[in-house]
Design a protein around this ligand. Structure first.
Ligand code: PXP
Length: 241
């Protein structure tokens, strides 16, 4: 399986002070150096973390593919067609949410998305839809002309984190069935959301032959912060000698 590293929360920390550090661009370059197969970033309507400038700089400097998560809005389409990430992943977005809470309702938005998706292919941009593991959402994704789906793993992650392992296994089965359905329709299949160092091994074991790629953000950025804390303190203490 490939790994897309989502660097949004590096920008969250920077925006907490509206300063220049930590730099999402540096984070993307280090993730690339460490072997990440892709850099993923979400340009939200409220610009709470990633800014348009981050997207532009990262697109210019990074050579692994760039996956831009965005709401299916006209202004976002304009940005995507201008910056040309390798992929856009369309996600639902509500201003008040802390994170992307559910999948895109492709069934409900079918007619809108059919029109919206026009133009990405000609620009060389792959279109993936972030959806729940549900057969009707998968089929609608194919109908609207998507190239791929990303299956929302948040429900699985929550069940695993609550130690509800039997229920988590049922959710993996649902993810597997939706993934297989998508593949049978010729869609590429990715997955992500809420994955951690603890809950990922069981998911990989169950979905290895169905899912090509995982996108992981919060857990990687969290551990980057903690695993780097010791050195950061030592370096500062050196300044005080
Ligand atoms: N995939 C998609 C489509 C997302 O919206 C997000 C969150 O931005 C992720 C993956 C990564 O989720 P997490 O930060 O929980 O790893």
């Amino acid at each position: 399986m490939r790994l897309g590293v989502n660097i949004d929360h590096v920008a969250t920390l920077r925006q907490a002070r509206k300063t220049f550090e930590p730099s999402p661009l540096f984070a993307a370059l280090i993730a690339q150096q460490a072997g990440a197969h892709q850099i993923t970033l979400h340009l939200r309507e409220d610009r709470r973390h990633i800014q348009e400038e981050d997207l532009e700089l990262i697109k210019r400097a990074v050579h692994v593919p760039i996956n831009l998560e965005m709401a299916p809005r006209e202004d976002m389409k304009d940005i995507a067609l201008r910056v040309k990430p390798n992929r856009v992943t369309l996600v639902p977005e509500r201003r008040e949410e802390v994170t992307t809470e559910g999948g895109l309702d492709v069934v409900e938005l079918k007619e809108y998305l059919k029109e919206y998706l026009k133009g990405f292919g000609e620009a060389g941009i792959e279109v993936s839809l972030f959806i729940e593991a549900d057969g009707s959402q998968v089929e609608a994704s194919k109908e609207v002309g998507a190239d791929a789906v990303e299956l929302h793993t948040g429900a699985y992650a929550n069940l695993f984190n609550a130690h509800l392992i039997e229920e988590a296994k049922k959710e993996l089965l649902r993810l597997r069935q939706a993934g297989q359905r998508a593949r049978s329709l010729g869609l590429r299949v990715y997955a992500g959301h809420g994955l951690t160092y603890k809950n990922t091994p069981m998911l990989v074991e169950a979905l290895r032959d169905v899912v090509e790629e995982l996108n992981v953000g919060h857990s990687i950025v969290s551990n980057a912060l903690l695993w780097g804390m010791e050195r950061a303190v030592e370096e500062f203490l050196n300044l005080l000698l």
